[in-house]
Ligand binder design. Structure first.
Ligand SMILES: [Zn+2]
Length: 258
């Protein structure tokens, strides 16, 4: 299974993705923001969109759903916990396999950012470097999704579960280009986090289109929500006495106010 990331210029800095089977060139468009944009990208790569995968109900993730269905005739797949929030052909359970061409990946329910959120995980049978997670608004580079329409306790459980499901080399494909802002937040609160500084130096010079794709192992070095026991959190006066879960809550609350 292969994945293409494309930046959709708009004030929310969305990324859209095409996941495809290299044997059949059949593709799934994820969270289409602009139907014409994603159809153009598919054409450029000689791909046929036969499926649409949705992660959650927020407007910027389903904006292009109906027009893309009309344009392509593709069937839509969405987390069963989103049933009733928008239209979809197929509702996916936790751990359900999704077949695309000759390849298969797995859908997981990941409540937290919203109660209904889901993600798509590909794990290559031969090479873990080829693994990827389409995480939408659950996990971001150097951060996690907000919980304004969700639940921070559920998000903590979800992130904890993802840490046990994913292999370290898994490439992460979040739904937004937030890495620079998130790293600045990390450095503002944890100036001792050297990996956040060196990573920001690199990604700040890139554009949303050229931004580095990060692996879970990279994120462990600077994402406080993943590394709740890192030295730079452990040694911070406000965090040292807190449990891991309390640290997660405190981080989310500070990021909301930042
Ligand atoms: Zn969202």
């Amino acid at each position: 299974m292969e994945i293409i990331r494309t930046y959709v210029p708009n004030s929310l800095a969305n990324y859209n993705h095409l996941v495809y089977c290299p044997t059949t060139q059949q593709a799934a468009a994820i969270d289409p923001f602009d139907a014409n944009h994603i159809v153009d990208i598919a054409k450029k790569h000689s791909l046929t969109i036969i499926q649409i995968w949705l992660t959650h109900e927020h407007g910027d993730h389903i904006r292009g759903l109906n027009s893309l269905r009309e344009l392509t005739g593709a069937k839509s797949f969405a987390p069963m916990t989103c049933n009733g929030l928008f239209e979809s052909d197929i509702w996916l359970e936790d751990g359900q396999e999704v077949r695309l061409g000759k390849e298969t990946l797995t859908h997981y329910l990941t409540p937290g950012h919203t109660p209904g959120h889901g993600v798509f995980l590909y794990q290559d049978p031969q090479l873990s470097e080829r693994d990827f997670l389409v995480c939408a608004d659950t996990l971001f580079n150097a951060g996690v999704g907000n919980t304004r329409s969700g639940n921070v306790s559920e998000l903590y459980q979800t992130v904890d579960r993802l840490k046990s499901l994913l292999r370290p080399q898994t490439r992460l494909f979040p739904g937004h280009d937030y890495i620079c802002t998130n790293l600045k937040f990390v450095l503002n609160h944890f100036p001792d986090c050297e990996p956040a500084r060196t990573t920001l130096d690199t990604v700040d010079k890139q554009t949303p289109d050229t931004r580095s794709v990060m692996r879970l192992a990279d994120e462990y070095r600077y994402n406080p929500f993943l590394s709740l026991q890192a030295d730079w959190i452990e040694n911070h006066d406000d965090f040292t006495h807190l449990t891991q879960k309390e640290r997660f809550f405190e981080l989310r609350s500070r990021r909301d106010q930042w």
